[in-house]
Design a protein around this ligand. Structure first.
Ligand code: F6P
Length: 319
C-alpha cells in the first residue's frame, strides 16, 4: 500500500512541471508527497519537505527545479546509500519518484534492485541520452534555447562575413548538436557518433568561399571536440577569420517549451500511477508522443546508440 512517497529531482526545463504533476496526481489518490532537497545528498542527510497541492502552484513555467539539486558523490558509496535508506525508512516513504538523467536513474536502479525500494524514474536531461526513451524532459527546451542563441550569432556571422564555431552541450550524445544544426540551418556539425575530416571541412569552406559564400556556422558537440580547437584548425587551413561561442549552461535553463510542460505533466502523472499499480525499478517514457511505456531501469541506464546519418545528409543537402 502506497501512502507516502518521496520525489528527487535534477535540474532542467520541464522538471518543475513533472514535480507539479507528481504532487497533484498523488494528492488525487490521497498519497502524501515529500520533496527531497538537493537530490541524493538530501536523501542522505534527511532533508525533506512536505509538498501539498498549493506548494507546486505557479511552477509549471519555471526552469530548473524548485527542490534544488546536486551531483552526489556520497551516494556512489555504500555508506551513503545506507544513510539514504535510513531516511526512507524513518520518513516511512513507501516509494520514490526520481526525475533526472543517467546518474539519477542509475541511483534509482541501485535503490530498487539492491535495497528493495519501490522506485519509478522520469527521464529528464538535455542530453536526451536515456536508452529506449524517445524524448527526455528538458531536451526540447535546450534545442530551442540554443537555436535562439544561434540566430543571434548568425546576425554577426552574416554581417561581418565570418566563420563561427558554436559548441553545444550533450555530454557524449550528439542529439542537441544535430537538432540545433539542422534547425538552425548550419553548414556543418561535428558529432560524437560520427567521424569528421577537418581537411575536407576546410576544403568545402575554401571552395564555398571562392564561389562567394562568406559566412559559415559549424556546430560542435562537446562530447567530440572543443570549439577552440576546431576554430584554430579552420583559421590555419583556410586563412579565414573564425570566432567561437560556447553555449554552456544557458542550454539547461530557461522557460520550458510547451512540449516539455506537456511531457512533464504526462510523465509525472504516469510515474505516480505506476507506483500505485505496484511497478518498480522502471522508468516512464512517452512513445511517439502518445502512449506511456515502462522501461526497466536496467535498460534505460545502458548507453544509448543514436544514428544521425539521415539527418546529417539532409543538413549537407540543405546547407
Ligand atoms: O547532463 C547534462 C549536462 O548539462 C551535460 O550536457 C553537460 O556535459 C553536463 O551536464 C554539465 O554538468 P555540470 O552542470 O555538472 O557542469
Amino acid at each position: 500500500m502506497i501512502r507516502r512517497i518521496g520525489v528527487i529531482t535534477r535540474d532542467c526545463a520541464g522538471v518543475n512541471a513533472a514535480l507539479r504533476s507528481v504532487v497533484r496526481t498523488a494528492a488525487s489518490h490521497g498519497v502524501e508527497v515529500y520533496g527531497v532537497i538537493k537530490g541524493y545528498d538530501g536523501l542522505i542527510d534527511g532533508v525533506l519537505r512536505l509538498l501539498d497541492r498549493r506548494s507546486v502552484s505557479g511552477i509549471i513555467n519555471l526552469g530548473g527545479t524548485i527542490l534544488k539539486s546536486a551531483r552526489s558523490e556520497r551516494f556512489l558509496r555504500e555508506e551513503g546509500q545506507k544513510k539514504a535508506l535510513k531516511t526512507i525508512e524513518e520518513n516511512k516513504l513507501d516509494g520514490l519518484v526520481v526525475i533526472g538523467g543517467n546518474g539519477s536513474l542509475t541511483g534509482a536502479h541501485v535503490l530498487a534492485s539492491q535495497y528493495g525500494i519501490k522506485v519509478i524514474g522520469v527521464p529528464a536531461t538535455i542530453d536526451n541520452d536515456v536508452n529506449g526513451v524517445d524524448r527526455c524532459l528538458g531536451a526540447d527546451t535546450a534545442v530551442n534555447v540554443a537555436l535562439d542563441a544561434l540566430d543571434k550569432i548568425r546576425d554577426t556571422a552574416t554581417s561581418l562575413e565570418r566563420i563561427f564555431v558554436v559548441e553545444v552541450m550533450g555530454r557524449d550524445c550528439g542529439y542537441l548538436a544535430m537538432k540545433v544544426a539542422l534547425a538552425g540551418g548550419c553548414e556543418e556539425v561535428i558529432l560524437p557518433e560520427q567521424d569528421f575530416d577537418m581537411t575536407e571541412i576546410c576544403r568545402e569552406i575554401r571552395t564555398g568561399n571562392a564561389q562567394g559564400k562568406v559566412s559559415w556556422i559549424i556546430i560542435v558537440a562537446e562530447g567530440k571536440a572543443r570549439a577552440q580547437d576546431v576554430a584554430t584548425a579552420i583559421s590555419l587551413l583556410t586563412g579565414l577569420e573564425t570566432r567561437i561561442a560556447v553555449l554552456g549552461h544557458i542550454q539547461r535553463g530557461g522557460r520550458p517549451t510547451a512540449i516539455d510542460r506537456l511531457l512533464g505533466a504526462k510523465l509525472g502523472n504516469a510515474a505516480v500511477e505506476a507506483l500505485l499499480a505496484g511497478e518498480t525499478d522502471k522508468c516512464v517514457s512517452l512513445k511517439c508522443d502518445e502512449s506511456i511505456e515502462l522501461i526497466p531501469l536496467s535498460v534505460a541506464i545502458q548507453p544509448k546508440k543514436l544514428v544521425f546519418e539521415p539527418e546529417y545528409r539532409l543538413l549537407k543537402v540543405l546547407s
